[in-house]
Design a protein around this ligand. Sequence first.
Ligand code: GLN
Length: 461
Amino acid sequence: MNLHELSIAQLTRLLEGKKTSPEEIYTSFLTRIKEINPKINAYLTVINKPELDYSMRDKPLFGIPYSMKDTYNTKGIRTTAAAKVLDNYISPYDATAYTKLKKAGAVLIGKTNCDAWGHGSSTENSDFGPTKNPWNRDYVPGGSSGGSAASLAADLCSFSIGEDTGGSIRLPASFCSVVGLKPTYGLVSRYGCIAYASSLDTVGPMARSVEDTALVLEVLAGADSCDATTSQSKPPRYSQFLGRKIAGLKMGIPKEYFMKGMDDTVASTIAKAMKDLQKLGVEPVEISLPMTEYAISTYYLIAPSETSSNLARYDGIRFGTTRRSFGAEAKRRIMLGTFTLSHGYYDAYYKKATKVRTLIKNDFENAFKAVDFIIAPASPTPPFKLGEKVDDPLKMYLSDIYLVSVNLAGVPALSVPCGFTGNKLPISFQLIGRHFDETTLLNIGYQYEQVHGIYERPRIK
Ligand code: GLN
């Protein structure tokens, strides 16, 4: 087996037994990046000569190469958020996620493509060209963290750090058949992550298996004095809970999520996954999340409002080039957000959206009185073709129908691969949990994967 195909645990075992070296692992990934990346455009920046620090030998992710969405500050390295505005921007400091991974011995191999500023669901809003889906290059990899998901599916890194404001970790993970976790808001520090919508942004791991995801989450999670919204509680060692008993847990099936409009193959694949989970002992319970129909409009009022404020700092004086270099989607959102925050419209739009947000959060709180976790599709359709939705923003926004409520409520959700369409396009379910209950989601995802694991990788010619 090639080194770039191995899991974190397998690589760590080889390193501990001195059967390989960090140099050898890095070279294996780098050689593959040189061959494959020109075909899929997953990386915007590749680090050819890493600093490999042997004093980190005892650390949990020693010698493991990973990629990061290009929205994280990494001192001395180009950081663009896939936006022309920051074309030649070099980070002056490190994001906390990057600092923690460095301290854990992990090695950054490159920065991945995404929709500019995280605005999008297909990576087609990148100012540096779209990323292509490694399973079929005529299709989108999902977005906004599409480069991260594609870099994993193509074995161009062993894990990746994405960012999820309204599904940007879970949707690309689903479209590329990899695992993605959107953590509880406040579990992982956002310090140094280029802000999209600060009350919704979360920093999370993406990987090729649930176990790898848990190993990375335990490095990322925890309080940070640079981010006052992080929780002070000490997070558990997630990987130690994998394999614990799940029989008897109650699985909520929201009736609003399983209505017409969903693609038939997605519907039947998710139905099969639910049966498979029942074989593991979980009990299905029908639940209702009545505010679901308002989620997209609420999200697409709150997120643009916040982004219009966050993007005001890119004025061409302190950061980057002139405001004229903003792309069409960023301009659309700045205008929409400025409108909803303006005098006379604030109460009618922004304020009302924040009230509906509370009702959406209440929906989840009520549901979790009766169930331990909720299952949902990650997307109503399989991956769509490049160009299919990019000229119709409303159609594109609807791809996020099962994703954005989770961010509005601040709860965690894990996207797990569960099958393919007839023409080999990936499908995933997501498991949604109580605040700070990542442990349950990872454990269920892990056990599902042990039995049904989709470890297959795309053939890239
Ligand atoms: N597709 C959503 C949007 O365009 C989600 C983006 C994200 O999570 N960063 O806003």
